[in-house]
Ligand binder design. Structure first.
Ligand code: CP
Ligand code: NVA
Length: 300
């Protein structure tokens, strides 16, 4: 494993290794055991979109590992004034030990990896959000004990979260059921991958998808960069809310995850959100541990 660009690139074994290391690093942190595994290393963090969790968890995680994080806003970098990513990659490779980037186009992240000579970590693109889904898998395993026999249901937009969840959950052996409006399905590349699995289902009925689910997941209807479509999307997604009716169709002990930020009374009701706050905020915490594991795997 040289980079973390998308879940499609990871083998099942690599995913499980990251989750095992994340569990261990969480244990060490909670027991006051120092773990300076990236002493002397530097991580550049390029943000072309807003972030609370990703920025703070990478920055804190790097500090806990004994390394040094640099926050690089694209407003201040020359990349924001048009310097090509190919050149940025070759320059930053000479200063840093690794780069985390949050941007729009997946091709930009892939280009950084192609032209640079240091590990690249995808901190969210329009196509995928692998760091979030590693934390989600960690949280599912933490609450359920294993992935065996579990069904994950995603309700909403076929967006970056849906894409990474479909791939990640199928790779660890879960059944996956996705409910999206017809015009908002995940891209062909993801559906082609998923179609190899008998335990994958895509429907436009949230009720159908939620049946006997062990994990119910949703995300915002308008992602970063789609603010101008928010009103149109509110109409298209009106029936795609995680609410009491959906939860009554899932298994009694079903957990609910949300990558956050959440829009209450849009994709999820306040009631369901608060009833499952325990899982949702553990999921947010696990970003820290999962990303530390990724950084150690790639940069130690
Ligand atoms: N879930 C997530 O990536 O959150 P941020 O946008 O706050 O980083
Ligand atoms: N789908 C959301 C996820 C935010 C973490 C977005 O891209 O804005």
């Amino acid at each position: 494993m040289k980079h973390l660009l998308k879940m499609l690139d990871l083998s099942t074994e690599e995913i499980i290794e990251i989750l095992d290391l994340a569990d261990q690093l969480k244990y060490e942190l909670n027991h006051g055991i120092p773990h300076p595994r990236l002493k002397g290393k530097t991580l550049g963090m390029i943000f072309q979109k807003a972030s609370t969790r990703t920025r703070v968890s990478f920055e804190t995680g790097m500090y806990q590992l004994g390394g040094y994080p640099l926050f690089l806003s694209s407003n201040d970098l020359q990349i924001g004034r048009g310097e090509p990513v190919q050149d940025t990659a070759r320059v930053l490779s000479r200063y840093l030990s690794g780069i985390m980037i949050r941007t729009f186009e997946q091709s930009e992240v892939e280009a950084l990896a192609e032209y640079g000579s240091i590990p690249i970590i995808n901190g969210l693109t329009d196509f995928c959000h692998p760091c979030q889904v590693l934390a989600d898998l960690m949280t599912i395993r933490e609450f359920k004990g294993s992935f065996d026999g579990l069904k994950m249901c995603f309700i909403g937009d076929g967006n970056n979260m849906a894409n990474s969840l479909i791939v990640g959950c199928l790779k660890v052996g879960m059944a996956v059921s996705v409910a999206c409006p017809d015009d908002y399905q995940p891209p062909k590349e993801i559906l082609d991958f998923a179609s190899q699995y008998d335990c994958f289902e895509i429907t436009n009925s949230p009720e159908q998808a939620a049946k006997n689910a062990d994990v119910v997941i949703t995300d915002v209807w308008a992602s970063m960069g789609q603010e101008g479509e928010a009103e149109k999307r509110k109409k298209a997604f009106a029936g795609y809310q995680v609410n009491d009716n959906i939860m009554s169709l899932a298994n009694d002990d079903a957990m609910v995850l949300h990558c956050l930020p959440a829009h209450r009374e849009e994709e999820i009701t306040e009631k369901v959100f608060e009833a499952h706050a325990k899982e949702i905020f553990e999921e947010a915490e696990n970003r820290l541990h999962a990303q530390k594991a990724v950084m150690v795997k790639l940069m130690a």
